[in-house]
Ligand binder design. Structure first.
Ligand SMILES: NC(=O)c1ccc[n+]([C@@H]2O[C@H](COP(=O)([O-])OP(=O)(O)OC[C@H]3O[C@@H](n4cnc5c(N)ncnc54)[C@H](O)[C@@H]3O)[C@@H](O)[C@H]2O)c1
Length: 252
C-alpha cells in the first residue's frame, strides 16, 4: 500500500510514532525517525530493517532542527512523501489540576506542543511546496473534540489537563487552516484523534473509561496505525483538512 513512500515521523520513539514506523515499513515504505530521545531512537532503529530507516535526533518544533531532519531524509531517500507529527513535548508541570496551573509551565506546554506543531508544519509544508507534493498528518486526541469525561478520573490521581484540550482542539483548527492555505499545491493536511492509549493506567480508570466505549476501551498504539496508513496512502487521495476519530465509540 505504501510501496516506496518515504514518511518522516516525529515523536518516533514514542508509542504511536514507533507503531506508525513499523506499519509504514510493513507496507513497503521507508521512515525518517525524529525524536529528542536518543536511546529510544537507537532502540527502534536497531529493531527495523536498516535499508528503510534513518534516524535524526532533533526537536521537531525548532524550525532549524526540523529543516535539518527534512534535509537528512531527502539526502538519504531522495524525497519525503508524507510526515506524521507525533511529538508529545511535556513540561515538568504537566498533569496539574486546573486550579494549580503555573503560568510558566502553561506557557511552555502551549508553546512547545501547539507552537511546535505549527512551526514543524511551516517547515514541512515549505518543503512539500518546493517538492510539488506532500501529505502532513497531525495527531490530535479525543480531548480535542469533546470535553473530558471527568467521571472516568474519579478515585484516581489522574488529570486531563485543560491545556491538552486546548492544544488538541488547536491542532484540528490548524489542520483545516493549512489544508485550505495550500490549495492547489498537491498538498494534503489531515489529523487523527485517537482515544486513550494503554500505558499502565490504574484499573479504576480503565474500567470507568471502558464503560463509555463499544468493544475495547483504551486502545493499543497499533490500533490507530491503520488510519495513519490510510491517510498516507493514495486510498485517501482527496481527503484533506479532516480529523478522523479513532476511539472505539468514546465520543458517541
Ligand atoms: N497516549 C495517548 O493516550 C494518546 C491519545 C490520543 C492522542 N495522543 C497523542 O499522540 C501523540 C503521541 O503520543 P504517544 O502516546 O505516542 O506519546 P509518547 O510519550 O509515547 O511519545 C512521544 C514521543 O515524542 C517525543 N518528543 C517529545 N518532544 C519532542 C520534540 N520536540 N521533537 C521530537 N520528539 C519529541 C518523546 O521523546 C517521545 O518519544 C501525542 O500528540 C499525543 O498527544 C496520545
Amino acid at each position: 500500500m505504501l510501496k516506496d513512500k518515504v514518511v518522516l515521523i516525529t515523536g518516533a520513539a514514542g508509542r504511536i510514532g514507533a507503531s506508525a514506523a513499523r506499519g509504514v515499513i510493513a507496507h513497503g515504505g521507508s521512515v525518517a525517525l525524529v525524536d529528542v530521545n536518543a536511546e529510544g531512537l537507537d532502540a527502534l532503529q536497531a529493531d527495523l530493517p536498516a535499508e528503510c530507516v534513518l534516524s535524526s535526533l532533533a526537536d521537531a518544533g525548532q524550525p532549524e532542527e526540523a529543516d535539518r531532519c527534512i534535509a537528512e531524509a531527502v539526502a538519504r531517500f531522495g524525497r519525503v512523501d508524507a510526515a506524521i507529527h507525533s511529538a508529545y513535548p511535556r513540561s515538568k508541570g504537566w498533569g496539574t489540576a486546573f486550579e494549580d496551573l503555573q503560568p510558566e509551565f502553561l506557557s511552555e506546554d502551549l508553546s512547545r506542543h501547539l507552537g511546535g506543531a505549527i512551526l514543524f508544519s511551516q517547515r514541512m509544508l515549505r518543503h512539500f511546496k518546493q517538492q510539488g507534493h506532500g501529505n502532513l498528518i497531525h495527531v490530535s486526541s479525543i480531548q480535542g473534540v469533546a470535553a473530558p469525561k471527568f467521571e472516568h478520573y474519579a478515585g484516581t490521581k489522574m488529570v486531563s489537563p485543560i491545556e491538552y484540550s486546548a492544544i488538541k482542539a488547536g491542532l484540528i483548527a490548524m489542520t483545516r487552516y493549512l489544508a485550505k492555505y495550500y490549495k492547489g499545491n498537491h498538498i494534503r493536511v489531515n489529523c487523527i484523534s485517537p482515544g486513550g492509549i494503554l500505558d499502565n493506567q490504574p484499573k479504576t480508570f480503565l474500567d470507568q473509561y471502558r464503560a463509555s466505549c463499544n468493544d475495547k476501551g483504551m486502545l493499543e498504539s497499533e490500533d490507530v496505525v491503520g488510519t495513519l496508513l490510510f491517510l498516507i496512502s493514495e486510498h485517501s487521495r482527496f481527503i484533506t483538512g479532516q480529523n478522523i476519530i479513532v476511539d472505539d465509540g468514546w465520543s458517541l
